[in-house]
Structures are given as structure tokens and as C-alpha cells.
Design a protein around this ligand. Structure first.
Ligand code: FRU
Length: 489
């Protein structure tokens, strides 16, 4: 925890579990917690060096990375085929992953409004070191035919209709349920919104087939429109046209057998700009000389950053009907985005992992782009931010003494790895996959659009560290998303 006089003490979190359905307890990543990030940063770290602890920093990814799609598509958020415990399956001797993809003729930063879900496959059971450098995947094409994901929108006057992140589950007989975010944009020619974009949590059922040439799917012709932000627990477009509502991840909890839960990215349901943060969101211990007041925090404008992580429970076995439960986590006046949340279980503990950006932190808070982690005794619990109370688990090499810039124009003084990877997903055994965004310095950088090398975390209670003995100095194979379980009908 923070030594010296510049930083507060982190909030005390008990990790205690609450009933996921009967309780409305929401854990807080407080400003007192998140200020530990800056407390761990070396104020003397020179230009273009990493100021953060190496145990929580992703090893530097080389700029000569290979393209996993062999020039076919941009690739970013990706996810494996899993069961209710997040085991990763191979089917008929093939590994398969789903990825957001877009045409390589687009600029990489234009990808979001053109995103579609594609898939890749490769032979299972080959050690990473024996695969081609780009991971050895074959691009299988898009999952949905044209027009399928637009079905659920009554107002079909959308300017762009896209498919954003999710997760995929496999069931008996090779039935697949593909959970994703179905999104309609209603934009004018000049790029402004005619009306707020409309993201919905959806699911499409399909079936996997394999033969000696690879993997293909049938189905994926119908989409179930399942959850829309309610404005009560989850901010909607009326409250804030820039709201975040996406990225479903489903799982079962051994403590509540027979139920299926979902976590997803949301925002606290207040009107944009409302001075809604509380003493509890700040989380200072009584008498802490580094405490801020609620008024001070609002005066800094921190109330524009109001992320939460939502919880829903399925109402039927087909997982086509769901209802919201109160959020399990909030980051009010801390950050605006806690994306692609997932529940990871180890040694009886529940880990809530999520990704966040340096650019979405609130005024007065700073930290790297990467994975943040919180540990508790249940899916709804008083989650404790991992690693010295900060929450940081796997950041890009970043120098917090200097500005950020943008992936298309990094700040002159930034470490070449500041934007190297994003959209990490923590896999069994602590392996972490992510995609490459930008690698290099302001004067010499290369855009990514393909998956980064897989890295490994050692997770131990409320601590974690990067395993630098994994792969080559901590970097495993590019685009290495290995299966750990063989599908048996
Ligand atoms: C993370 C993300 C996801 C979203 C996708 C859209 O990289 O912001 O939350 O589903 O990108 O491109």
C-alpha cells in the first residue's frame, strides 16, 4: 500500500459474499483504491520507459508481429468456445475461436461501426512452439449471413449495424449459443447521431460441424433480443447517449447450482453529468489526510466516469430469457469503462477480471491500459482490488509521468508498449490473450489488428504477477488460445 504522504490508504474491503439475487450489494472500486495505481508508479521513470511495477506489466511485444488472418481481416476482441466453467473446448480435433473482424481496407480506428463476428480454427494439441509464428489459424469467415443481426431492431433506418463482443458456449450435440452485443447506429452523414446508438445483449443458437478440412456452422439464423439497458440499474441512451452496455459472459456458480448467470459492461444509471458520487465511492478511511471531499471530486468533473459491471440471471434452460439483477461492481468517479468482464474461479475464490483504458479514468485517477482484477468470496461480494489494493493485474508498459496521446498518435514520451495490447481475456491456468492495437513510439509505430502473444499470470489470493519464465521472457505464442478440454457428444 501507499507509503509516504502523497497517497491515501486504500479502502478496506472484506471480500464477504452476498446473495447474488436477494442482495443489492454493489462492490466499489473507490478513488482511494484507484489512487494506489499512481502510488505504485516511479515518479523518476525517464521518457519512454515503464513507470509501473514489472510484476503487473505485460512484457514488451515486438513490433514485427505476424498477422494471424494472413491479410484477410482486422482482428480484435476474441473469445474461445467454453462450457459453464470457462473450460475451453476443441471439437473433432479442432480448436475454434470467435473474433470481431473488419475489412482491412478500413482504417483500424474506424472498425467499431463495421465490426462483425468471424471465426478461426486450427488443429488441437500442437504445442505453441511448434505452430507457425502467427498461431496457425485458418480464417473461417463470418458467423452470420447479411441481415440476420439486424432482425431484432424495429427501427431499421440504422446507418450501421454491427456485432460487438460476447462469448460462446457449447452444449450436448454440438449446439452452440453465441452471446454477443447486437448494435444499431443511427448516424447522419457527418457522423453525428440522429438518435442514440442502440446496443442490446443478444444470443443466437447454432451448431458446430467438423470434418478433415476444418470447422463450419449451421444455424445462427435467428437472434434472441434479451436485454436492453433499463435506466434503473444500467444507464440507457436517454440518460447518456455515450452509455456503455455490452460484452455478455455467462457462467454457472457452484454455490447456486442449476442457475446460469451473466456479467456484462454497463454504467451506473444516472443522467450524464449528475453529481452522483458519494463518500462511499471515494472510499477514504476516516481521518486520511489525502482524502478528497465529494464536492472537490465533482468540481474536477469526475462524475462523467461511472462504469459498472452488471449481473443477470437466466429465466429458462434455453438461456433465451434473462432478467437484470443489481450491479455487482461500480467505479463511480473512477473510470467510465470496465469492459469484457469475466468471472474466474480459483481455489474457492471468485475473481472478477475486466479491461480498462488509461483514457477512460476520471480526473485525478491514472493507470495503464490493461486488465484489472478484484477478488471476493462469491459472485456478489465486497470485491477487493488485487495487488496492493490498486486493482492492476496486467498493464501495458506505460509511463504515468507523461501524457497518453492516442493509438494513432502516441505521446512523444510514451513507452512503445503503451497501446500494445487490449481486450485481454483470462483463460484457464492464468493464460491471457489480447489483441495488438499500436506498437512503437510517436515517430515509429505500427498498428495491430491481430492477436498478441499469450502471457501467463500467477494468481495467488489477492496478488498476482506476470510469469516471466513462460514462453520467451514471458511472451508465449502469438494468437495462442489453446483448448484444455475435448468435446465429447
Ligand atoms: C473492447 C470493446 C468491447 C466492444 C468492442 C467493440 O475492445 O470496446 O467492449 O464489444 O470493443 O469494438
Amino acid at each position: 500500500s501507499a507509503a509516504g504522504t502523497d497517497f491515501p490508504q486504500p479502502t478496506v474491503h472484506t471480500q464477504k459474499a452476498y446473495d447474488p439475487e436477494k442482495s443489492d450489494f454493489t462492490a466499489r472500486w473507490t478513488r482511494a483504491d484507484a489512487r494506489q495505481l499512481k502510488a505504485m508508479s516511479d515518479p523518476g521513470a525517464p521518457s519512454r520507459t515503464n513507470s509501473m511495477p514489472s510484476a503487473y506489466t505485460m512484457p514488451e511485444v515486438p513490433q514485427d508481429f505476424p498477422d494471424m488472418s494472413n491479410d484477410k481481416v482486422w482482428v480484435w476482441d476474441s473469445w474461445p468456445l467454453t462450457d459453464e466453467k470457462a473450460n475451453q473446448y476443441s471439437v473433432g480435433g479442432w480448436e475454434v475461436i470467435f473474433s470481431l473482424v473488419a475489412d482491412r481496407n478500413l482504417g483500424f480506428d474506424d472498425r467499431h461501426v463495421y465490426a462483425k463476428i468471424g471465426y478461426f480454427f486450427r488443429k488441437a494439441g500442437v504445442p505453441a512452439a511448434e505452430r507457425p509464428r502467427n498461431g496457425g489459424w485458418t480464417y473461417g469467415g463470418l458467423v452470420f449471413d447479411d441481415g440476420v443481426s439486424g432482425q431484432i431492431f424495429d427501427d431499421k433506418s440504422f446507418s450501421h449495424q454491427t456485432q460487438w463482443s460476447g462469448s460462446a458456449r457449447i452444449f450436448k450435440g454440438g449446439e452452440i449459443k453465441l452471446f454477443f452485443t447486437d448494435v444499431a447506429f443511427y448516424r447522419n452523414k457527418d457522423g453525428s447521431d440522429r438518435k442514440p446508438y442502440d446496443p442490446r445483449i443478444a444470443m443466437s443458437p447454432g451448431k458446430i460441424h467438423t470434418n478433415k478440412n476444418g470447422v463450419f456452422f449451421t444455424g445462427f439464423s435467428k437472434v434472441h433480443d434479451m436485454l436492453q439497458a433499463d435506466g434503473k440499474w444500467y444507464q440507457n441512451g436517454e440518460q447518456n447517449p455515450y452509455f456503455n452496455f455490452r460484452d455478455p459472459f455467462t457462467f454457472e456458480d457452484p454455490a447456486h447450482p442449476g442457475k446460469t448467470y451473466m456479467v456484462f459492461e454497463g454504467n451506473s444509471a444516472v443522467t450524464r453529468g449528475a453529481k452522483a458520487c458519494t463518500e462511499a465511492d471515494l472510499g477514504y478511511r476516516p481521518g486520511d489526510p489525502q482524502a478528497e471531499t465529494v464536492d472537490e471530486v465533482h468540481e474536477k468533473g469526475a462524475m462523467y466516469q461511472m462504469a459498472n459491471i452488471g449481473l443477470a440471471v437466466a429465466d429458462n434452460k434455453e438461456l433465451t430469457k434473462w432478467h437484470f439483477l443489481p450491479p455487482i461492481h461500480s467505479s463511480n468517479c473512477v473510470t467510465d469503462q470496465t469492459e469484457r468482464p469475466q468471472i474466474y474461479m480459483k481455489d474457492g475464490k471468485y475473481y472478477l477480471f475486466t479491461i480498462s483504458h488509461r483514457s477512460t479514468f476520471a480526473s485525478g485517477i491514472d493507470g495503464p491500459e490493461g486488465v484489472y482484477g478484484f477478488v471476493g468470496d462469491g459472485i456478489r461480494s465486497d470485491y477487493q482490488p488485487m495487488n496492493q489494493g490498486s486493482g492492476l493485474v496486467l498493464g501495458n508498459p506505460t509511463n504515468l509521468n507523461f501524457a497518453t496521446g492516442f493509438p494513432f498518435d502516441p505521446d512523444y514520451n510514451q513507452h512503445p508498449g503503451q497501446f500494445q495490447a487490449y481486450s485481454h481475456y483470462v483463460m484457464p491456468g492464468g493464460l491471457v490473450q489480447s489483441f495488438i492495437d499500436t506498437i512503437g513510439t510517436k515517430d515509429d509505430f505500427r498498428r495491430g489488428g491481430t492477436l498478441a502473444p499469450t502471457v501467463k499470470l500467477d494468481i495467488d489470493g489477492s496478488s498476482s504477477s506476470v510469469d516471466y519464465s513462460y514462453g520467451d521472457g514471458g511472451l508465449g505464442g502469438f494468437a495462442d488460445i489453446p483448448s484444455d478440454t475435448e468435446f465429447k457428444n
